[in-house]
Design a binder for this molecule. Structure first.
Ligand code: PHE
Length: 355
């Protein structure tokens, strides 16, 4: 893989600020990217995992922060886009983790509100409790014991599920998922909650994951059909639902897809912008990821800072359904991809909010 230097990544990025800190005690790199503050105070999750290089970690932080900007604006939720990535050494010892999280929290605190954070891939509400020890009041999504509202996975899944209802409405004339065949890629927090909702709705579920324990739980205990990670793209289904990492919808996988729609919770599902058009050419309906996966950030922020009850939060997250419906209408009327329509809607909202 060609390495793009940090200079080039930053020059080519359309965001505002990047803070990079080397954490000497652990050898981790902390990257905080603030993409856009025009729509509200910037916030986004903290992704924590080993990356192959600093460049790869910076690149991910920049594109994930941009996704947050579009996510909030497309949902008309008044926050700005930002994201943190903690690139940990592959051999980070569990006992060194709390110290790293506390130093990260201090950095967030130092930024004085330039950035607020919550959980993401590789971090949990328990981790947010630790970050919050030093990073308060800029930390969302702590455990209930620590005064937060707990996991953001269930509301994220509710938003994705609501988006799937809009997809079914468009494809089949009814929002019901009963009898629809859905392939769930990734059964981590969001994927697992999504499976609960899909089961309750009577969908036929296939799943894949790389984690042996998760595979055992869902195949052997819950009795769901398992598809291997390699063959998942070929599985015939109504909806293919990416809920793990990004970049899975690309030039290589699109020709293989055997689905009518792609709708999932993972951030940055498309390998490159052209993939939206490639899906359209193949007649596959793409529900833009940033429209569907707002639920966690919205519900957690709403309940912790805006006084929403859980019922109000869920009610607001369910609006993903009518929001996606509107975006699909726009796309059809303008002859563009849903991705392009959603970006345009978000851009218009940001421009209108600009002082
Ligand atoms: N991980 C969430 C996302 O990608 C971000 C988030 C969750 C932010 C919870 C705040 C609170 O949308």
């Amino acid at each position: 893989m060609t390495v793009v230097h940090v200079e080039t990544l930053l020059k080519d990025w359309d965001g505002e600020e990047v803070v990079i800190r080397y954490d000497r005690p652990t050898g981790a790199w902390i990257i905080i990217a603030v993409h856009n503050s025009q729509f509200g105070p910037p916030g986004g999750g903290t992704r924590m995992k080993p990356y192959p290089s600093l460049e790869a970690a910076v690149k991910d932080a920049l594109s994930l922060s941009r996704a947050m900007t579009y996510k909030y604006a497309a949902a008309d939720f008044p926050l700005g886009g930002a994201k943190a990535v903690i690139n940990t050494p592959p051999d980070l010892k569990p006992e060194d983790r709390p110290g790293l999280l506390r130093r990260y929290g201090s950095l967030v605190k130092q930024l004085g509100g330039l950035f607020m954070t919550g959980p993401d891939v590789g971090t949990s509400p328990e981790d947010m409790d630790v970050v919050g020890e030093t990073g308060s009041p800029h930390v969302r999504g702590r455990t209930e014991a620590a005064g937060g509202v707990g996991s953001s996975a269930p509301p994220t899944a509710l938003g994705v599920f609501s988006g799937m209802e809009a997809v079914c409405e468009r494809l089949f004339g009814s929002p019901s998922l009963a009898g629809r065949r859905v392939v769930v890629q990734g059964v981590g927090g969001v994927g697992a909650s999504l499976i609960d909702l899909l089961r309750a709705a009577g969908a036929e579920i296939l799943f894949t994951d790389v984690n042996e324990a998760a595979i055992g739980r869902f195949r052997d205990e819950a009795g769901l059909q398992f598809v291997s990670p390699d063959s998942v793209y070929d599985a015939p289904c109504d909806i293919f639902s990416p809920n793990a990492l990004g970049g899975v919808i690309n030039q290589t996988t699109i020709p293989r897809l055997n689905c009518k729609a792609v709708a999932g919770g993972a951030n940055n599902q498309l390998g490159e912008p052209e993939d939206a058009e490639r899906l359209r050419v193949r007649g596959i309906l793409y529900a833009p990821d940033f429209v569907l996966n707002i639920g966690g950030a919205m519900a957690v922020t709403g309940m912790e800072t805006m006084g929403w009850t859980r019922e109000q939060a869920n009610e607001n997250v369910r609006k993903v359904r009518q929001n996606l419906r509107q975006i699909l209408d726009m796309a059809e009327a303008e002859g563009v991809t849903p991705e392009a329509a959603a970006r345009r809607l978000a851009d218009l909202r940001i421009a209108a909010a600009r002082p």
